[in-house]
Design a protein around this ligand. Structure first.
Ligand SMILES: Nc1ncnc2c1ncn2[C@@H]1O[C@H](COP(=O)(O)OP(=O)(O)O)[C@@H](O)[C@H]1O
Ligand SMILES: [Mg+2]
Length: 227
């Protein structure tokens, strides 16, 4: 296995507020890590740092042995780091299928051998639509989906980027459409294909069965580490 990512003494300050404090973390390749902690613990901020949406105040981020602390979001996506958001973010004017296709654009420069399934882009999209149960709605405009299905679509787009490290921010929240068992099954399936997953939840129960290890955060700090 070996490690895929390493965070070293990461800090993020918003003016006086220290949202992430002195976080050290190793993420093992192929593992599912549950990142748990109360609201305001700094979980989403940590995802923003790993995915490049925010620069850290201090500290370093390594991915596959290279320092990526200063890399842009798109460069990280090309390298294999993709995240989802707490609310859904999809292209409302595109069809469900077209939305999933946008995910593949980010992966364009990657090796074909890294493709998790299928012989080509078309069959991979079919597979993604199938496992996220969006096949029936592939011609629908995304704006016509319910909130729960928009969250499925967001996950489908993320899978289409062909990530090595997938960061899921509260995928179970705000919807009962994507039920626990189904999403758990999907994450396990992706994990068996070698994908590394970090999953944020404030409710420990929903991740305990799924995660290989749990990291607890509170007040910006890792209070119970995975090592
Ligand atoms: N962009 C921002 N600007 C200012 N404060 C922020 C910003 N993002 C998050 N925070 C603050 O940082 C702390 C951690 O927030 P967050 O990372 O969203 O926690 P969690 O995801 O664990 O609920 C909170 O006090 C929050 O208000
Ligand atoms: Mg959050």
């Amino acid at each position: 296995m070996g490690k895929i990512a390493r965070l070293e003494n990461l800090n993020k300050h918003f003016d006086g507020l220290r949202a992430v404090k002195e976080v050290d973390m190793t993420i093992e390749r192929g593992s599912v890590t549950g990142l748990v902690g109360p609201n305001g613990a700094g979980k989403t901020t940590l995802f923003n740092l790993i995915s490049g949406f925010l620069p850290p105040s201090t500290g370093s981020i390594y991915f596959e042995g290279r320092e990526i602390t200063d890399w842009s979001v798109s460069r990280r996506v090309k390298a294999g780091i993709t995240r989802t958001f707490q609310g859904s973010r999809v292209f409302s004017g595109l069809s469900v299928r077209e939305n999933v296709v946008t995910g593949t654009y980010s992966a364009k420069n990657r090796e074909a051998s890294e493709e998790p399934v299928g012989d080509g882009i078309g069959s991979r999209i079919d597979w993604i639509l199938k496992v996220t149960k969006l096949r029936k709605y592939e011609e629908f405009l995304a704006r016509h989906l319910s909130y729960g299905y928009k969250r499925r679509l967001e996950l489908a787009i993320a899978i289409a980027t062909n990530p090595k490290l997938l960061l899921l921010d509260e995928p179970f929240s705000g919807t009962n459409t994507f039920d626990l068992q189904e999403l758990t099954g999907l994450i396990k399936l992706l994990s068996h294909k070698g994908l590394t997953v970090v999953l944020v939840e404030h409710d420990l129960g929903s991740v305990a069965s799924l995660a290989d290890n749990l990291v607890h955060m509170d007040g910006g700090k890792v209070t119970i580490p995975n090592e």
